[in-house]
Design a protein around this ligand. Structure first.
Ligand SMILES: Cc1cc2nc3c(=O)[nH]c(=O)nc-3n(C[C@H](O)[C@H](O)[C@H](O)COP(=O)(O)OP(=O)(O)OC[C@H]3O[C@@H](n4cnc5c(N)ncnc54)[C@H](O)[C@@H]3O)c2cc1C
Length: 458
């Protein structure tokens, strides 16, 4: 009898397959965690097996303010909206706070409106949590909560507790919280950029090297529907200003609020002020409005600037921000890609280190390579930000493109995809390097130097 039991243990040890009755713990119920659970259950159904999934989540997405929010600009790119809908996830009206149809590009030279390249497609703005501090809109649902409930409807069990320990044992991995502990065949790390949670994963995946981050800035302005319609409409406002450390600034309308996102290098309060009180930004708000008084929420969250290494081990895989994200843009899209790839590997190949290395790592490598191109694009953007002649050239080119109905709108589509994250950086670079784009930019830059300034569409 004893011999039989031991043999069973050994066999189970070597069994790195997910089968009938397998138990999976997903640590973190942000988009990556929910996407993983959603796809894992779908793939299990395809295989005709029953699996049990627990999602552990430390936050309550029904609470307004930082306690219930996974801090983010809240833009869902059109490419992600399409991918989600083909997977059966259609964002409902109470999750989408505004459909963004255009963006307004602001430079020191002026501002111009850029329409979405494909007119019937919009990008969506949403809140990751219930909303900024003081939010009372009970009819709206947070994006993260919507995804979690989608998983719950499919049978996922949610445990609203913080995971405090992970321990490898002979038959799997034990997940510990303050009140409970349970054993699983696979543990999925979708803990965002939480350093404490990374240290838990180091215990069960010792080779794991967490991603590197830099400090960004987000704040919300409560303007009310009327002023938002009047001053922002269905446009995201993007700023390419020559300001220290700032790569990109955006004002995104959402319901009663406008969200400010500042990306760059170690953003501080001083850098935020240099942006907020610049002429281009002040022009966007009603004259005389004290913006400090309508700011219920602000934070300085980290963002990935270098992806993780070895984000897997036997029975362990990390996904989303915890593994590979997309530089500065469409992190939710990257969470979708990594979550789906990890779920596919676990359900169709296995959960050993070599399974993840062979079938999951290539998706992360693809994202990492694209980010290397993204780094180059943002380096070029920084040079453009500092050069008034190049900025004038781009400005003229975009204004001219927007005035022609059937134009290819080369620069407009490059800028749209760079700012919204709708296309891979590799694809954007290919379009930038097209001889026609370079020639048109050169012509517009030379014209900009010698001719009268182009008037924006403002
Ligand atoms: C300033 C800024 C603006 C951004 N704007 C956009 C944007 O407009 N569009 C876009 O697509 N992306 C944007 N991103 C990126 C996006 O926010 C992330 O890529 C995305 O949230 C990653 O999802 P995730 O599920 O991997 O991690 P997260 O969303 O961070 O979720 C991790 C979850 O894990 C939980 N957790 C962590 N540790 C534990 C634990 N021990 N126990 C239980 N639960 C735990 C947390 O509570 C959290 O809910 C932005 C990021 C920043 C910083």
């Amino acid at each position: 009898m004893i011999v039989k039991l031991n043999l069973a243990k050994v066999n189970k040890n070597k069994n790195f397959n997910i089968g009938n009755g397998s138990r999976i713990a997903v640590i973190g119920g942000g988009p990556a965690g929910s996407f993983f659970a959603y796809f894992a259950l779908g793939f299990a159904e395809q295989r005709g097996i029953n699996i049990h999934i627990d999602i552990y989540e430390a936050k309550n997405f029904h609470v307004a303010g930082p306690a219930g929010c996974n801090r983010c600009g809240g833009i869902v790119s059109e490419s992600l909206i399409q991918a989600l809908s083909s997977d059966g996830i259609v964002l409902p009206a109470n999750v989408v706070r505004r459909g963004i149809e255009s963006y307004k590009l602001h430079m020191e030279q002026g501002a111009t409106l850029i329409e979405t390249p494909l007119k019937d497609q919009k990008i969506a703005s949403m809140f990751r949590g219930f909303g900024p501090l003081g939010s009372e809109n009970i009819d709206s649902v947070s994006f993260d909560n919507y995804l979690l409930e989608l998983c719950q409807d499919k049978g996922v069990h949610t445990i609203y507790e913080k995971v405090s320990g992970l321990e490898r044992n002979e038959t799997g991995i034990t997940v510990q919280t303050k009140t409970n502990s349970a054993n699983y065949d696979l543990v999925v790390g979708s803990v965002g950029l939480n350093p404490r949670s990374f240290s838990l994963f180091k215990k069960v995946a010792p080779a794991f090297i967490p991603p590197e981050t830099t400090r960004t800035y987000i704040c919300e302005f409560k303007l009310g529907n009327e002023l938002i319609n009047q001053y922002f409409g269905n446009s995201m406002h993007v700023f390419l200003l020559n300001l220290k450390n700032i790569k990109f600034g955006a004002l995104i309308p959402k319901g009663q609020y406008v969200t400010l996102v500042l990306l760059g290098k170690q953003i501080t309060g001083e850098i935020v002020d240099s942006f907020l009180y610049s002429e281009a930004v002040q022009r966007c708000f009603p004259k005389g409005l004290d913006i400090d008084k309508i700011m219920p929420c602000q934070c300085f969250p980290g963002i990935n600037i270098k992806n993780a290494h070895y984000a897997y081990s036997d029975r362990v895989v990390l996904i989303g921000d915890s593994a590979s994200s997309k530089l500065y843009k469409n992190g939710i899209g990257a969470a979708y890609i990594t979550a789906k790839a990890a779920a596919k590997t676990a359900l169709f190949s296995g959960v050993s280190e070599s399974d993840f290395k062979r079938h999951y790592q290539p998706e992360c490598t693809r994202l990492n390579r694209d980010n290397a191109i993204g780094k180059f694009i943002f380096w070029v953007t920084t040079i453009i930000q500092r050069s008034s002649a190049l900025k004038k050239g781009i400005f003229r080119m975009v204004v001219n493109e927007q005035q022609k109905v059937n134009d290819k709108r080369r620069m407009s589509s490059v800028l749209w995809d760079t700012f919204t994250g709708s296309a891979p950086y590799t694809d954007i670079l290919r379009r930038v390097l097209h001889p026609a784009t370079i020639l048109l930019l050169l012509a517009n830059t030379v014209n900009g130097i010698f001719k009268k300034p182009e008037k924006g569409t403002e």
